[in-house]
Design a protein around this ligand. Sequence first.
Ligand SMILES: Cc1cc2nc3c(=O)[nH]c(=O)nc-3n(C[C@H](O)[C@H](O)[C@H](O)COP(=O)(O)OP(=O)(O)OC[C@H]3O[C@@H](n4cnc5c(N)ncnc54)[C@H](O)[C@@H]3O)c2cc1C
Length: 390
Amino acid sequence: MKKPIGSLDPALPDVHIWGAGVSGLLMAHFLRSAGWNVHLYEKTSRIGGKIRSHKIEEGVYEEGPNALYATREVEEWLKELSLEILPATTKLKRRIWRGRAQAPLTPGEVLALVPRLFKRSPSLETDKSLADFFRPLLQEKIETLLTPALQGIYGVSADQLSVKSIWPQLKAGSYLSVIRQLKGPKARSVSFKLGMQEFIDRLAQDFKDQIQLNCSEFVLRPNTILCTNAHEASEVLRPTHPRLAQLLHGIHYQKLSSVMSLTPPVPEMQQTFGFLFPRTQGIQSLGVLFNREIFPGRCGVTFIVGENQGADSIVHDDLNKLRWSTSDLRVHSWEKALPIYNSSRAQAIEQLHAEKISGLTLFGNYVAGISLRDMITAARNFSQNHKRSP
Ligand SMILES: Cc1cc2nc3c(=O)[nH]c(=O)nc-3n(C[C@H](O)[C@H](O)[C@H](O)COP(=O)(O)OP(=O)(O)OC[C@H]3O[C@@H](n4cnc5c(N)ncnc54)[C@H](O)[C@@H]3O)c2cc1C
């Protein structure tokens, strides 16, 4: 059920969207195109939520998301918005740190995997963690390959994530059939010259007079759409919708920091996207992105750390272990950085859908996918199902 929770009352022309992160802005953008009068309310003094780009002398860097994984269809839409797409450099190597930078799998390891592709995956009747589901295929590579890769996206390890929560439609079968099901349409990573902030500013451009910043008093009106994180939504709904508030509160979050360092380039960064760090390698960060290699005009390297405090000293230590020079660090931390796609999230989302709420909608990265691409698809489909006649 990869869609926003709830629905709108078509008899009323206005929608009231709370939260001007990318999810709220996407909702406002698509619903405005579908004929609604949109009103957007943001608690802080700026729009964009976790998306924020900085331009410094050395180049552009991002606090949070650094790219949008865009299909051809999404790229067409970005062009319609007159956004100039900045594609990521192609054919960059992705490396796993095992004392030194290594390819994720050696040719021998790939060969060893081939016969296991025909094994049947465990059943999905009872919820399975990603680690348990993929163990017959990947065996000891769960710790050194799957977990580092997942930490780079979800911020948590393979045993903390649930198959049903991430891929509700996935059917058990041979691993080959599983991989085929997971293969999405062709897509590539893109950003914009001034960073992801350009995307945010463009979305807001058409309804900027309808955005109210510094809104601390929540008001529940007919056709309210909550585009905050699940705990903020729980807080504001507690007085009027205690059952929804309780379910929303059951969604867990991972804390994270992104730490940008103006470390000068070293040869191992060349033509490389970044490194992932398995937990067994003595490096505390989850991964590092080589911003300059990925997009022209970017600066530094960005470490992702699974803590929201002390991230600067963690990165200083890691830079020493990697024998890279340290520089001033720019640290951005979130206590609730990413929702954890575990089985309690899957159950909470299922139960929230079953409540069949109307005139109130819940949306954000905990609802229908964590990535910007998932959020674009979900917001667009929702607006197509809620078109108003002119
Ligand atoms: C470090 C990091 C890197 C990431 N990188 C990528 C990436 O490269 N590509 C990708 O696709 N995804 C990435 N993601 C995931 C994705 O980008 C985020 O999930 C997304 O930006 C979240 O958007 P959101 O609108 O759901 O939430 P947020 O960005 O958190 O926005 C919520 C907004 O609601 C406001 N708000 C909260 N409470 C209230 C209230 N009571 N009233 C009014 N407003 C309120 C907040 O102030 C905020 O502006 C990344 C996430 C993180 C943390």
